[in-house]
Design a protein around this ligand. Structure first.
Ligand code: FMN
Length: 366
């Protein structure tokens, strides 16, 4: 049975955006990144309309991860947060979705996009895109057992796009409230061009709003992608780590206001805020350096075109070394502009869900 208010005009079911009439923005869920602390930092620079939690793993013996739960219970961003689930066991997905619905969430989001082989081999995340019948059953059961909003985050296919239209039809069949679409296949991971033409196709085919996801790198890029796809909004992951001002900049750009200029000194301050959040995590000091490097990998893409900061921060072994490199690159010319777009050829590593492993590995030059 569909939930009672499923026939309302779909956009009306979604939480109100910060500015009505402007395209939606969302911070993409990122495992081991988008926790309570990071969301607070993002909010301090200008929240997106919606937040999504990192994925809650769902299986027979799972209970909601306490750390992820904190991002819901202690959410101080004043913006709605969707709880993302990853799993394939229908009774357990229903059990956890109902459990999480007791908390102040905007809705339940199903992960059908994670490309990590250790995940998709278990037929969860992006692995589900190979099994339409299973997707049909999962969405049907979740739809009938979750009273609130049900959203999906997925890719355009597993190995190819053969299932794409059938997947989009399942989104319609189960009255999904919002579709976040990363315009790559699972096998394309995070590399290569994003197929915005297929996001545009999805926008035409589904009845719900679509958030375009993948390489939305700046306010300018967001406007171009919105124009190309006709999507209701954009979902941004890595570029929000690099540039937490991006959501504010998008709202400014889309409302024809001047876009806030960010200096290298502002970025140094951002790094301090991130550092305060990592020190509040109970991880060994060396792991904190790894955590900071994870953020800095992205930030470095906009600091200097030659990649000096990226190289040198990767070589730092201690926090003292690391902050010395930050000061040298960011405070020597504090008024210099932080590039709105990443400089070409500078690649952040890791660029996928491998951060947990990075954080617990002994520190080596990366
Ligand atoms: C470190 C990292 C962790 C991620 N974890 C998740 C996750 O928990 N759930 C999810 O649906 N996608 C996850 N993703 C994918 C992002 O949500 C997003 O779809 C992808 O990064 C493409 O968007 P971008 O180009 O704006 O980064 C992760 C991506 C990264 C880089």
């Amino acid at each position: 049975m569909p939930s009672p208010n499923v026939n309302m005009p779909l956009p009306d079911r979604l939480p109100s955006p910060l500015i009505s009439g402007l395209a939606l923005t969302a911070l993409a869920p990122m495992q081991d990144v988008t926790d309570l602390f990071f969301m607070n930092v993002i909010a301090s620079y200008g929240s997106p309309d919606y937040f999504f939690t990192e994925y809650f793993r769902v299986h027979e013996s799972s209970t909601p991860d306490k750390k992820i739960l904190r991002s819901i219970i202690e959410n101080a961003t004043h913006r709605p947060i969707f709880a993302q689930l990853i799993g394939e066991s229908i009774p357990d997905l229903v059990r956890i979705a109902q459990d999480l619905s007791r908390y102040p969430i905007a809705g339940i989001d199903l992960n059908m996009g994670c490309p990590a082989p250790r995940i998709y081999r278990k037929n969860v995340g992006g692995g589900l895109l190979r099994d339409l019948e299973k997707v049909d059953r999962i969405l049907g059961e979740l739809r009938s057992s979750v009273a609130g909003l049900l959203t999906v985050k997925m890719r355009i296919g597993f190995e190819n796009t053969d299932n794409f239209d059938a997947l989009l039809d399942l989104i319609n069949r189960h009255h999904i409230d919002l579709l976040s679409l990363h315009g790559r296949t699972v096998k394309e991971m995070y590399h290569g061009a994003v197929h915005y033409n297929l996001i545009a196709h999805a926008v035409q085919r589904v009845n719900c709003p679509v958030l375009a996801n993948g390489n939305v790198t700046s306010a300018h890029a967001a406007a171009a992608i919105l124009a190309e796809t006709g999507a209701a909004g954009v979902m941004i992951g890595r570029s929000a780590i690099r540039n937490p001002w991006i959501f504010q900049q998008i709202r400014q750009h889309l409302s024809d206001q001047p876009v806030i200029r960010v200096t290298l000194a502002d970025v140094r301050d951002y790094i301090d805020r991130l550092s305060d959040t990592t020190t509040s995590l109970i991880v060994p000091r060396r792991a904190q350096v790894s955590y900071m490097k994870m953020y800095l990998n992205y930030i470095a893409q906009s600091v200097d075109a030659a990649g000096g900061f990226l190289r040198e921060m990767r070589l730092a072994q201690t926090d003292t070394d690391l902050y010395r490199v930050c000061d040298r690159y960011l405070l020597s010319n504090p008024d210099q502009e932080f590039s709105l777009e990443p400089y070409p050829g500078l690649v952040a590593r890791p660029s996928c869900e491998a951060v947990r492993e990075l954080a617990v590995k002994p520190l080596v030059a990366q």
